[in-house]
Structures are given as structure tokens and as C-alpha cells.
Design a protein around this ligand. Structure first.
Ligand code: 2PG
Ligand code: MG
Length: 429
């Protein structure tokens, strides 16, 4: 069903994200009264080619203020959109792209644009009297994505306490989304108890994963396996490990400084280290194994094809970057973050490019989040195989896992995607 209404009103306001920083929220009304709300999340480990958030700078609020973004939203953007008729999301997003006029959304701000784009999608869904996931859904039957859930948070999300950013769990053996959450909850809780007993418990990192008071990066892998086993599961068979290396945070020009390990590695040595970890730990997925400026053509030949290789900072949710990376076989999966692209249409184009290349798509939240759960609807509506929204604590994360449970009920099935969607898992068992 197409959209046949006009934007009656747009209102931007300042709200606060999970790091206590200001962000931008947009309410958008269609002429029939349908209301949609969108809110911009914020990353800490950002790709250099991401859409740029408009921030005030200066000393107030650490420079993260959004006053300028809001005055443009409630001024120029509202003036240009109010009273205009858009038949679909692509038309609205094209208007936003042209209005901004920069390649990286720096004039009006990626934060304002993604909030507006999302608000329009929600208003369209409200107009159709459907939840967002359903209004986006083109594939039947829809399924819930396999969750990728953080156990330990490091890198830019834990003040660099360890270098690797995300140590995550994927419940590969679970039959349903609910079971995946239950298994992960047991491991998360067990890891916390074991850390407390060992005197290593120091709170949680930005996405709710345990703060990693480890003396080496590899210790976090040992602890992941220990926690899976202590919770009564089989590592690799029930729950496997997934890493977001986020190597752009500690690597540049082919040189990687692992501060926690007091080592500096070149590209070949970095890939050797990861290969060694693949051999010794049940790791099935690696995100950003190299920095965004490095030669990713070396990754799959070095690591083999039995691991999922996800591009985040390298691809920044950009369709032409995905196509280029597919030509070079640099990755086999895409991390999909709407605010990296700046509009939903561009986000979906990147996801479609990944699927066209035979890759998997992992829809992802950011480290700075809010109670907004739209990301889960995008993952389900667009048929993504996987979902990454942080750990298993803190309400900005749990709200999203909980929303997936509700969507599962509406779908009439909490089934996960078919196992043959995850070839690297099959090869690892
Ligand atoms: C990432 C995300 C989520 P950030 O790197 O994948 O973990 O982090 O939002 O800080 O970029
Ligand atoms: Mg990442």
C-alpha cells in the first residue's frame, strides 16, 4: 500500500542517549493525523566515511550539544517538508539528501536526517495501521534474526580497558529467539558471578557487557569459554563467540597497537593472531578484523571461509562500498547501521547490495542508544539474518530484545532463520 498523504508537521526536540549525551528526536505528523517518531543513536567507534552528526562543539555538554541541529530541523527542514506530499520513503529521503547537499550529510547533520527519515517510516506505518516491521516486510514468511549479544565490552566502549571492542555470544544451537535469549542470559549471569568471585567485577561497559578487567585480550576469550561451560552449555555447539575487533580504533596504515598485550603487529601478524584465535576458540564471526584503511583483500585468504567476516567501519552501510568489497571478496557480511548512511533508503540499498552479493546482513544498534526499538523492526521487516544491539543488561538494550519477543508473537513464530543460512557455523561444529 503506497503512502498518499502530506506531511502536516515536523517537530524536533532534544532528548538524551544512553551515555547521557543529547540527541535529536523528531515527531512527524501526516495530514491524516498519523504520527511517527524517530530518534538518532550515536556511535563511539565510527568509520571515517559515516554520515556526520551535527554537534555544537565547545565545552558545554562535552561538545555534544544538538542546538544547531535542532534549529535547522525546526527551521529549514520543517519548512521544506511541511505541506509536501511524498508517495514513498525513497522520495522523502531523496528530498533530505538534496536539501543537505553534502556527500556526508554534514550540513544538516546525519543525526537530524536519520531521525526524520525514521519518523517518516513510522508515520507511514501508522497510516497503514501496521507495526513498522510489517509495513516494511516484502519477504514471507518473516522471521526473527539470530541475536548477537555482547558478553564483555572493550575498546572505545570501555575506555580502551582491552583493545578488542565486543566479545559476543551467538546461540547457534538455539531453536527459537526466546531460547537464544535464555541461554545468553544464563551465560551473562554466570560470567558476572565468576568475575565477582575472582575479584574482577568492575561494572559494565557502554553497551551493558561486563567491564573487562583482564590482563590480556585473549583472557577475554578464555573467560567467554569458561562462562559458556560453567552455565552448562557446549562452546561452539550451543553458543559460539563473535568478535567485533573494531581494529580501526587501534590500527592505522597496516600497524596495530594492542596496548593491553603491549604488542604492535603488522597486517600479516594481526591476521595470524586472529587465525590462531579461530583455531583455539569457537569463534564464528569477526567484525572489522582490520582497520578501515588496510588491505582487506588479505582477510579471507588468511582466515579461510569458515568464518563470517563483517565490514563495519570499512563499509559504513554504503551500497557502492559493499559492491566494491564484494568484487574484492573483502568480507562476506555487512553491518547495517542506519545512522551511518543517514537515511533509511540508503541503508536499505546497502543491505540489498549485501544480499545481492550473497552476503549476510547484521542489523546493528549503536553504542549510544535510546529506548527506541525501531532497529528491531528494520531487521525483521528487511529480512536480516542477524541482529546486534549490545549486551544483556541496561534498558536501552533490553527494550530491543523484548521488542523482538513481541514481534515474534505477532509473527506467530519465534523461529530463527534456517541453520543453512550460517554456513560458517556448520563448518565449525
Ligand atoms: C560497532 C558499534 C556497536 P559504535 O562498532 O559495531 O557495537 O559501536 O556504535 O560505537 O560504532
Ligand atoms: Mg563495529
Amino acid at each position: 500500500m503506497g503512502l498518499d498523504t502530506t506531511i502536516a508537521k515536523l517537530h524536533g526536540r532534544q532528548v538524551w542517549d544512553s551515555r547521557g549525551r543529547p540527541t535529536v528526536e523528531v515527531d512527524l505528523w501526516l495530514s491524516d493525523g498519523s504520527l511517527g517518531r524517530g530518534v538518532a543513536p550515536a556511535g563511539a567507534s565510527r568509520g571515517s566515511a559515516e554520515a556526520v552528526d551535527l554537534r555544537d562543539g565547545g565545552s558545554a555538554l562535552g561538545g555534544f550539544g544538538v542546538r544547531n541541529a535542532l534549529s535547522l530541523l525546526n527551521g529549514e527542514i520543517a519548512k521544506n517538508l511541511q505541506g509536501k506530499h511524498f508517495t514513498n520513503q525513497a522520495e522523502l529521503d531523496q528530498e533530505l539528501i538534496e536539501l543537505d547537499g553534502t556527500p556526508n550529510k554534514s550540513r544538516l547533520g546525519g543525526n537530524s536526517l536519520i531521525a526524520t527519515s525514521l519518523a517518516f517510516a513510522q508515520a507511514q506505518a501508522a497510516h497503514q495501521q501496521q507495526p513498522l516491521w510489517q509495513s516494511l516486510c516484502t519477504s514471507t514468511p518473516a522471521h526473527l534474526p539470530l541475536p548477537e549479544i555482547q558478553l564483555f565490552g572493550g575498546g572505545a566502549h570501555a575506555a580502551g580497558r582491552i583493545d578488542i571492542q565486543d566479545f559476543m555470544l551467538i546461540a547457534v544451537g538455539a531453536q527459537t529467539f526466546g531460547e537464544a535469549l535464555e541461554w545468553t542470559a544464563e551465560v551473562y549471569r554466570t560470567a558476572g558471578e565468576l568475575l565477582r568471585e575472582s575479584g574482577l567485577l568492575a561494572g559494565v561497559a557502554d553497551e551493558g557487557g561486563w567491564w573487562p578487567q583482564f590482563s590480556s585480550n585473549e583472557e577475554a576469550l578464555e573467560w567467554s569459554v569458561r562462562a559458556i561451560e560453567a552455565a552448562g552449555f557446549k562452546p561452539g555447539q550451543d553458543l559460539a563467540i563473535s568478535l567485533d575487533v573494531a581494529a580501526s580504533e587501534f590500527g592505522q596504515s597496516g600497524s596495530y597497537r594492542l596496548s593491553r598485550d603491549q604488542r604492535v603487529l603488522n597486517r600479516v601478524e594481526m591476521l595470524e593472531l586472529l587465525k590462531n584465535w579461530l583455531k583455539h576458540y569457537p569463534i564464528i564471526s569477526l567484525e572489522d578484523p582490520l582497520a578501515e584503511d588496510d588491505d582487506w583483500k588479505a582477510v579471507i585468504p588468511a582466515l579461510g571461509s569458515s568464518v563470517q567476516v563483517i565490514g563495519d567501519d570499512l563499509l559504513v552501510t554504503n551500497a557502492s562500498r559493499v559492491q566494491q568489497a564484494a568484487t574484492h571478496q573483502s568480507c562476506n557480511a555487512l553491518l547495517v547501521k542506519p545512522n551511518q548512511a543517514g537515511t533509511l533508503t540508503e541503508t536499505k540499498a546497502a543491505l540489498d547490495a549485501a544480499h545481492a552479493a550473497g552476503w549476510q546482513a547484521v542489523v546493528s544498534a549503536r553504542s549510544g542508544e535510546t529506548e527506541d526499538v525501531a532497529i528491531v523492526h528494520l531487521a525483521v521487516g528487511w529480512g536480516a539474518a542477524q541482529l546486534k544491539v549490545g549486551s544483556f543488561s541496561r534498558s536501552e538494550r533490553m527494550a530491543k530484545w523484548n521488542e523482538a519477543l513481541r514481534i515474534g508473537e505477532a509473527l506467530g513464530s519465534t523461529q530463527l532463520p534456517p541453520k543453512d543460512w550460517f554456513p560458517w557455523h556448520q563448518q565449525n561444529v
